[in-house]
Design a protein around this ligand. Structure first.
Ligand SMILES: Nc1nc2c(c(=O)[nH]1)N[C@H]1C(S)=C(S)[C@@H](COP(=O)(O)OP(=O)(O)OC[C@H]3O[C@@H](n4cnc5c(=O)[nH]c(N)nc54)[C@H](O)[C@@H]3O)O[C@H]1N2
Ligand SMILES: Nc1nc2c(c(=O)[nH]1)N[C@H]1C(S)=C(S)[C@@H](COP(=O)(O)OP(=O)(O)OC[C@H]3O[C@@H](n4cnc5c(=O)[nH]c(N)nc54)[C@H](O)[C@@H]3O)O[C@H]1N2
Ligand SMILES: [Mo]
Length: 645
């Protein structure tokens, strides 16, 4: 909670601009263009999605306020505020009028138009192009405009979405600038225009904790950041400072129209009465912000003050407090403590506010503003929940009511967290965390439509997909949907197999495997696991070089032949980078690729539902996933085992 309020600058400006990445990349890397099936092909034959593409459903989800979408409109959100002024209207009214008349569109309805492209991408603490991004080759093609191995066909006319623009030309290289902050050479830094070298965990102060892990850890420098590297905090401060300077000439102070989706744990989540979907675009209802449209909010942004705001705690914390999962928190006391601990800023936008000059200031702010590390806040939050639920809860935190974990405490030893209404588990009395303990044992209602654990889901789209109750769904038929070779088929390209990319036993994502020890103990580069039966079919011996090819891309790797793999399924562990021992392929003579070269994003319509109780958007709660598990590939032995780099 403290983390979220500080990370999204909610001490200065509300509401934040959250986004779900799956939908963002599905649209902005043009992967939707390669859906050679319609949404109708994945409903349960009910016709609920008749005549629609998956992209039509996403556009509908956006215009009904179910999911966030950026860029939001096909005109600048700053210009919209100015236009509203000129028209003498409140921005929300102006935007509603414009949307109604069709003069303004959501960008997602015309994603290939130049004004709707993403331009600048900053990657921090993620390895998008080596780890997370499903459909890696589409990223290379459409986002970066560089060499790629996509051979997929775009949707034929009868399979295209009908409700969005479909220009014949698909742009390549939408992005102007890619900046990455990392301390490793990765597949992402490799493609970046600018790489800012980061301090490692032993060169800076930082915090680490998760909800499923009952301790808060500190990071502490053993040495100062060497050479040009900087701590993450200092790197971002530099960026903010320069940005604020440039903003004097370029942006100044503007008003920004924010289209915020209907949020979970707010009355907005009750927008879809009885789960019946009504679309204002089809004349089925009126467009009403916060009900049938996103909430339309306005924020004043002084772009010259970004640095000042980043380095001090803003006044909204004292004026409005914090809100987490519908629970309000008064944090005047906490901000006052921080004012004394950190001192106050002098001059600028943060004048008189608690300072956040250093990473330790920020760490302490987070620890003071979170119930899991501040027993007073946890107890106070539980008392607020008690008023709403009528069940006793505050005793769960009361044993720690006077306890405030500080950064200095975490430096002595990892410190156990305090039970807090931010989460659903209980660590009370030294218990280990388990989700929903408070709901089960204290009868605190679940945050669902019924307030109970809910198995029956009566939303129109879920009913239409035949998933009102939990059902078995077989893997997607990739031959039917994408024209891939049928599973088990053998031809000149090898044998057709299911292609899975589970998490690696010998790394955490792309980390901890690229060191000499791990590389020496393993094969020293990327591998694909396959069964002895499949290996025999294609004449592969253990450690042979193989090539895996599908419409999304190509991978050259060494084979690990194992009877532990079932026939017909191969594993390429997530996430092996393209930097180490990745040779040129026989397929196209270029270096390639990685595990995500053979995957792509596939959006499931039921994941795009919003505005309906537990199906309501919030950061890190709900949204579409990439569904990379259903992929297939051809796999074969390389003719030439003497690979070249
Ligand atoms: N095909 C396929 N794709 C997947 C998955 C899959 O199973 N299959 N899994 C998905 C899942 S669940 C996840 S969580 C994502 C993970 O995807 P990512 O989060 O993109 O993967 P990581 O490799 O953990 O990237 C973290 C990067 O941050 C850097 N880093 C670490 N600490 C610091 C720091 O203190 N400062 C800075 N500046 N940098 C730091 C590391 O060096 C590393 O390059 O991948 C997703 N993508
Ligand atoms: N060592 C290590 N530990 C990690 C991580 C790491 O990278 N390395 N990453 C962490 C993170 S961020 C995450 S999200 C978790 C992920 O942890 P898990 O959710 O356990 O993810 P995976 O290992 O990717 O997949 C689990 C299993 O799902 C199987 N599977 C694939 N398709 C299907 C299917 O259609 N149906 C069924 N029933 N099973 C299927 C795969 O074969 C695989 O064995 O792990 C965390 N822990
Ligand atoms: Mo994950």
């Amino acid at each position: 909670m403290g983390f979220q309020h500080m990370a999204f600058a909610l001490d200065w400006q509300r509401p934040p601009r959250h986004m779900n990445q799956t939908a963002y990349w599905y649209v902005n890397t043009s992967q939707y263009r390669y859906d050679t099936f319609t949404a109708d092909d994945v409903d349960a034959g009910t016709g609920v999605f008749a005549g629609k593409g998956v992209m039509d459903l996403l556009a509908q989800s956006v215009r009904l306020g179910w999911t966030p979408s950026y860029p939001t409109f096909n005109r600048s959100s700053l210009a919209l505020a100015d236009e509203a002024d000129a028209a003498g209207l409140a921005p929300a009214d102006y935007v509603v009028d414009q949307l109604k008349s069709g003069a303004l569109k959501f960008a997602v309805e015309d994603p290939e138009a130049e004004e709707n492209h993403p331009r600048i991408l900053s990657l921090w603490r993620a390895n998008l192009l080596g780890s997370s991004a499903k459909g890696n080759e589409y990223f290379l093609k459409h986002l970066l405009g560089t060499d790629n191995a996509v051979t997929a066909e775009q949707a034929p006319p009868d399979k295209r979405p009908t409700g969005i623009e479909w220009p014949e030309h698909v742009p390549e290289g939408k992005l102007d600038l890619l900046m990455t902050i990392d301390f490793r050479m990765t597949s992402s830094t490799l493609f970046s225009d600018v790489v800012l070298p980061a301090a490692t965990w032993y060169e800076k102060h930082d915090l680490n904790t998760t909800d499923m892990h009952p301790f808060v850890h500190s990071f502490n420098p053993a040495i100062s950041p060497p050479w040009q590297s900087k701590t993450d905090w200092e790197a971002w401060k530099d960026v903010a400072k320069k940005f604020s300077e440039l903003a004097v000439d370029h942006l100044g102070t503007r008003r920004d129209v924010i289209a915020k989706p209907l949020w979970h744990d707010t009355p907005e989540a009750m927008a879809t009465v009885h789960g019946v979907v009504k679309d204002w675009r089809l004349g089925e209802c009126e467009p009403v912000p916060g009900k049938t449209l996103p909430v339309l909010a306005v924020a004043e942004r002084d772009y010259t003050a970004i640095y000042d705001k980043m380095t001090s705690i803003g006044p909204l914390m004292e004026k409005v407090g914090m809100l987490t999962k519908g629970v309000p928190y008064d944090v005047k006391r906490e901000v006052d403590i921080l004012r004394h601990r950190n001192g106050v800023a002098h001059g600028g936008a943060g004048n008189g506010q608690p300072r956040l000059d250093t990473d330790i200031h920020m760490a302490d702010a987070i620890l003071h503003l979170s119930g899991t590390t501040n027993g007073h806040l946890a107890t106070h939050g539980f008392k607020n929940v008690e008023k709403r639920t009528g069940t006793q809860l505050h005793d769960l935190a009361a044993e720690h009511e006077g306890k405030q974990i500080t950064f200095a405490d975490t430096q002595v030893a990892p410190v156990p967290v305090i039970t807090s209404p931010e989460w659903s588990g209980s660590e009370s009395g030294g218990r280990r965390y388990s989700p929903f303990t408070i709901n089960i044992e204290r009868k605190k209602p679940f945050h669902t439509l019924t307030g109970r654990q809910q198995f029956y889901l009566d939303h129109d789209w879920i009913l239409g997909m035949g998933e009102a109750l939990p059902v078995y769904r077989p893997p997607l038929n990739m031959t039917e949907l994408f024209g891939e070779a049928a599973l088990g088929e053998q031809n000149a390209l090898g044998v057709s197999v299911r292609y899975l990319t589970p998490h690696n036993k010998w790394s955490i994502h792309s980390e901890y495997q690229d060191n000499l020890f791990m590389l020496s103990l393993s094969r020293g580069g990327q591998t694909i696991w396959l069964s002895d039966v499949d290996a025999e079919k294609i004449g592969v011996a253990d450690n042979d070089w193989i090539e895996a090819v599908n419409r999304n891309g190509v991978v050259a790797a060494r084979a690990i032949v194992s009877h532990r793999m079932p026939e017909g399924t191969v594993y390429m562990h997530h996430a092996q980078d393209r930097l180490i021992d990745v040779p040129l392929t026989e397929t196209n003579g270029r270096r390639g690729g990685i595990h995500n070269s053979l995957t792509r994003i596939m959006m499931k319509p039921s994941h795009m539902i919003g505005g309906y109780a537990q199906f309501a958007y919030f950061f890190n709660y709900i949204g579409p996933t990439g569904n990379n598990r259903d992929e297939v590939t051809m796999i074969r032995r390389r003719a030439n085992q003497n690979v070249e780099y």
